[in-house]
Design a protein around this ligand. Structure first.
Ligand code: BGC
Length: 454
């Protein structure tokens, strides 16, 4: 086989992403911990418990694995409830521990990207109204200032809020996340407060650390009309995508927050991103459905022939990554893929999913779009929110009881990609032969001598 390789720019960041509550363990002072104690909230009654024992020190062995495998960056998040256990009271031991973890990452060659808010909230903050209270803007700014003041010498890349849309819809409309759902009105209120909190956080970070690079990790869900010929399906797809995908990024780009027919102007939120963080997982078909008021009378589903993850949660749709990148590119900022991944305990579809998605990222790079890095979700299996431990996203498998880590073959593939700073025909032939033709349409799996003989 003639070797071909899709090569990335020399300073490209290759990493994995994690979030505090999903990996640290014993996060007893936040709303998710309480939520996990309630009957029926988490699949199979699972709890985060000790998670991956990062707080107890196992971050070190996981970072060592990542670094040995050629990664040069890691995205992690800080647990607000550890840093500010009571309003205005700072736990300096917790901050010290985060310094140690972040320094540990840097010492083994992983550039840190740090998220300030990844779904979890201190209990005191929720008791005072959480994201529906207007004071959240002040609280989040105060927390930002403390953290950035303490960590600016170690961290250059900041994410203020992870997936405002997923957090908003699950927490304030659908109810998969605490506080357990509400109404369109509450969703709107939470989202607008996130726009304002992000803007305040952005400006404070730059005041303290002018050279910082600050963004949001935006979740983009690909959506195609179920029936292209149906004007209704086309209209609802557009509506669902605009509401879910566009409202927040538009607001922090233009300063105009527009959602579900309401519009507010927040000039302080305009141009409050230095890069565009993009989380992409999958693409769905969308149709009109009167029975789905909480989904804005739309229904998303995967077609029968989709290449699905074992829990039917994610369809392998790399074309959607390309669309997501085109969309993100439209915001005119450098792009980091801040999450991309698939749940797959058996590692059956992960290798082809990984290779196919990296190929789409390369296409964007090849157009000279400013794609600066790629963070795979995730390094090691971790606590998967309302789906508990039933879904496994790690390059490394975790035995939750013994804390033993076992390498999946995707870890080998990702290590080869990171070390080569590219994706080659040889890698795809060995790890994801089913996707070979779509990834390298011009190449042949056969050896040249076989090609001549045939
Ligand atoms: C979240 C992660 C989560 C992943 C997989 C993203 O929406 O940011 O916390 O584990 O999806 O479901």
């Amino acid at each position: 086989m003639i070797e071909a390789i899709y090569t990335f720019p020399s300073n490209f960041l290759w990493g994995t992403a994690t979030a505090s509550h999903q990996v640290e363990g014993e996060n007893t002072n936040n709303d998710w911990w309480l939520w996990e104690q309630e009957l029926g909230r988490i699949r199979n009654g699972h709890r985060s418990g000790k998670a991956c024992e990062w707080w107890a020190g196992r971050w070190k062995e996981d970072f060592d694995r990542a670094a040995t495998d050629g990664q040069n960056a890691h995205r992690l998040s800080l647990e607000w409830s550890r840093i500010e256990p009571m309003p205005g009271q700072w736990d300096h031991n917790a901050i010290e521990r985060y310094r140690e973890i972040i320094k540990g990452a840097i010492d083994c060659g992983l550039k840190p990207m740090v998220t300030l808010h990844h779904f979890t909230n201190p209990i005191w903050m929720v008791e005072q109204g959480g994201w529906l209270a207007d004071e959240i803007v002040e609280w989040f700014e105060r927390y930002t200032r403390l953290v950035v003041g303490e960590l600016a010498d170690l961290v250059e890349l900041w994410i203020t809020i992870n997936e405002p849309n997923v957090f908003g819809y699950e927490g304030f409309l659908n109810g998969g996340f605490p506080p357990g759902g509400g109404s369109m009105r509450e969703l709107y209120q939470a989202m607008r407060n996130m726009v304002l909190a992000h803007a305040a956080s952005y400006h404070s970070i730059h005041e303290i650390q002018p050279e910082a690079s600050v963004g949001v990790a935006h979740h983009y869900r690909g959506m195609n009309p179920a029936r292209m010929w149906s004007p209704l399906d086309r209209w609802v797809t557009n509506f669902r995508s605009r509401t879910f995908n566009d409202s927040f990024p538009q607001a922090v780009s233009t300063g105009q927050f527009h959602m579900m027919g309401r519009r507010e102007r927040f000039p302080q939120a305009a141009n409050t991103q230095d890069f565009f963080g993009l989380n992409y997982y999958t693409t769905e078909r969308v149709t009109f459905d009167l029975r789905k008021p909480t989904e804005l009378f739309t229904r998303g589903f995967f077609p029968p022939d989709a290449d699905l993850s074992p829990g039917d949660f994610i369809a392998n749709e790399p074309a959607g990554m390309w669309k997501a990148l085109q969309w993100a590119h439209g915001f005119g900022l450098p792009i980091y893929i801040t999450e991309n991944g698939v749940e797959d305990a058996e590692d059956r579809i992960r290798p082809r999913y990984l290779a196919s998605h990296v190929r789409e990222v390369w296409r964007a790079v090849n157009f000279n779009w400013y794609v600066r890095g790629y963070f795979w979700w995730s390094l090691v299996d971790n606590f998967e929110w309302e789906r508990g431990w039933t879904q496994r996203f790690g390059l490394w498998e975790l035995d939750v009881e013994t804390q033993e880590r076992r390498r999946r073959s995707s870890a080998d593939l990702y290590a080869e990609i990171c070390k080569a700073n590219g994706l080659s025909t040889d890698m795809v032939a060995r790890f994801a032969p089913q996707a070979f033709r779509s990834i390298f349409p011009g190449a042949s799996l056969e050896k040249p001598e076989d090609q001549i003989a045939s």
